[in-house]
Design a protein around this ligand. Structure first.
Ligand code: AMP
Length: 505
């Protein structure tokens, strides 16, 4: 096999039947593998015509559609670097990413064109549009473009994508992912999870995040399977389509919601062979209730934007609740002392560190930050705390940096606190995650007013509406005279988490 374009050549080589469907949308429209090759070629041609050259970023904040996936593949074929952005980000947030990544092209929803235009203009990026129905200026350009394209040569180490993961210090970091980072992980997962061309994957995840964009999509592509592609998680649609699917990948919330419906029965799940969960901890309770209801043990895996997938429960064998299984083939994983990086004896809790072809190239234009997140021997420090049991199963016990995961999305307290602290009358704030039945964790803000100032919950929530994506906004605000501190003067978030743990109970 000639590896012209490392990732796409592998995807193309895996196609054995061009007339087989790759994507089916709820309206019944299908895109075959031949159609994929043609449509992604049209996007690649359109991007090249816009001036995209190898290594250029293509920043994309669009609703989920088959064309949005073709834009991902078209970018890769054109030698570009795909940079998807959460659709919940406000224009003010988009401005940061565009300013940092300096993309050659920005693609947004037509409804946002006016808000994004000045941002694109400032950095000299071309602005194009694409909506949830696959319509817009860019798809029109693709319609008018040739459907064959000579893939731009890209090697294993060249970048295929940059995905931003916010930092606890406030500044978002762009994780640089190479062609081989993505290809190697898809290859391994396809084998581990036994994906074949018979698979039909129920796809309800967003495609601006590693889970829906890379895990679900690339695994299906390499297997020659197909996607039942839903714009979002819609319980009725999932129940309607499940009898035609064989697999599903979801965040824990999906599975909790399915269990909440009486229509979700063993019979309904009888055509399925595999349910995969990840991006946030799956509770043992949901795992067990799901097994009891359907006879399926959900397969939980663990990964992150920077590393792709690191561990997985076994396909054959015991899928243990509250664990994320074993390191994947090709992934070296150790539990280390967070301070020294020294490997800890089996059974002890420490920071999870990983090394392998799956691990990213570093943070975009942040060489020092990158260097500080890697050990001298090449292991990446994930920031997740975990342990390995006597049978080799890895479990995650917490996040070292107080990251909140709400509905599968990461919320970095420092970022929300910075915005709250600017509100008049606020002296300081602490943003924490507390258990929430639907979202896993719900965002809570605890605020202390300046002496003599009076603030209430509304005064905190209202000004956040146009500053932060909805999922980052606190669902509940408490006002305290002062925040609890330890002897070192640090706010004790653990105390607050305990005090307010029943907020959503
Ligand atoms: P992201 O980069 O958005 O994919 O978030 C990655 C983080 O999600 C990891 O560092 C973990 O803290 C968390 N995570 C992912 N999968 C799991 C899992 N199965 N159990 C617990 N936490 C998880």
């Amino acid at each position: 096999m000639t590896q012209v374009n490392h990732l796409f050549s592998e995807i193309r080589a895996a196609i054995s039947d061009g007339s087989a469907p790759f994507i089916e949308t709820p309206d019944g429209a299908t895109l075959t593998y031949d159609g994929l090759v043609e449509r992604s070629a049209a996007y690649a041609n359109a991007l090249v015509a816009l001036g995209v050259t190898p290594g250029d970023r293509v920043a994309v904040q669009v609703e989920k559609s088959a064309d949005a996936l073709m834009l991902y593949l078209g970018t890769v074929r054109a030698g570009g670097v795909f940079l998807p952005l959460n659709t919940a980000y406000t224009p003010a947030e988009v401005e940061y990413f565009v300013g940092d990544a300096k993309p050659a092209v920005v693609v947004c929803d037509p409804a946002r064109r006016d808000a994004i235009a000045p941002i694109a203009e400032k950095t000299g990026a071309r602005l194009e549009t694409l909506d949830g129905a696959g319509k817009g200026s860019l798809s029109a350009a693709a319609d008018a473009s040739a459907t064959s394209f000579e893939d731009v040569a890209r090697g294993a180490d060249d970048l295929a994508a940059i995905l931003y993961t916010s930092g606890t210090t406030g500044r978002s970091k762009g994780a640089m992912l190479s062609h081989e980072n993505l290809a190697s992980n898809a290859r391994v997962l396809m084998r581990e999870w036994r994906f074949t061309s018979d698979d039909v994957l129920l796809h309800a995840l967003p495609i601006f995040h590693t889970h829906g964009l890379f895990v679900a999509t690339n695994v299906t592509l390499l297997a020659g399977g197909s996607l039942l592609f839903l714009p979002k998680f819609d319980l009725d649609e999932i129940l309607r389509l499940m009898p035609r699917a064989t697999t599903m990948m979801g965040v824990p919330t999906f599975y909790a919601r399915l269990l909440g419906s009486d229509a979700f029965t063993r019979e309904l799940a009888s055509h399925m062979r595999l349910f995969v969960s990840g991006s946030a901890p799956l509770s043992a309770e949901v795992h067990k209730a799901f097994s009891a209801r359907t006879g399926h043990a959900i397969l939980e895996r663990y990964g992150m934007t920077e590393t792709n997938m690191n561990t997985s429960n076994p396909y054959d064998g015991d899928r243990r609740p509250s664990t994320v299984g074993f390191p994947l083939p090709g992934v070296d994983l150790r539990i280390a002392d967070p301070e020294t990086g020294k490997a800890l004896p089996q059974g002890e809790v420490g920071v999870i560190e990983v090394k392998g072809a799956n691990v990213f190239k570093g943070y975009w234009q942040m060489p020092e930050k990158t260097a500080s997140e890697f050990r001298a021997d090449g292991f990446f420090i994930t920031g997740d705390m975990g342990r390995i049991d006597e049978r080799g199963y890895v479990s995650i016990v917490g996040r070292s940096k107080d990251l909140i995961i709400s509905g599968g999305f990461n919320v970095y307290p420092a970022e929300v606190e910075a915005v709250i602290d600017e509100i008049e009358g606020v002296a300081e704030s602490a943003v924490i995650g507390v258990p929430h039945a639907d979202f896993g964790e719900g965002v809570v803000a605890v605020v202390a007013p300046h002496k003599g100032a009076k603030i209430d919950a509304d005064a905190v929530i209202t000004p956040l509406a146009d500053k932060l994506a909805k999922f980052k906004q606190p669902k509940k605000v408490y006002v305290l005279d002062e925040l609890p501190r330890n002897t070192m003067g640090k706010i004790q978030k653990n105390v607050l988490r305990d005090q307010f743990k029943d907020t959503f109970a």
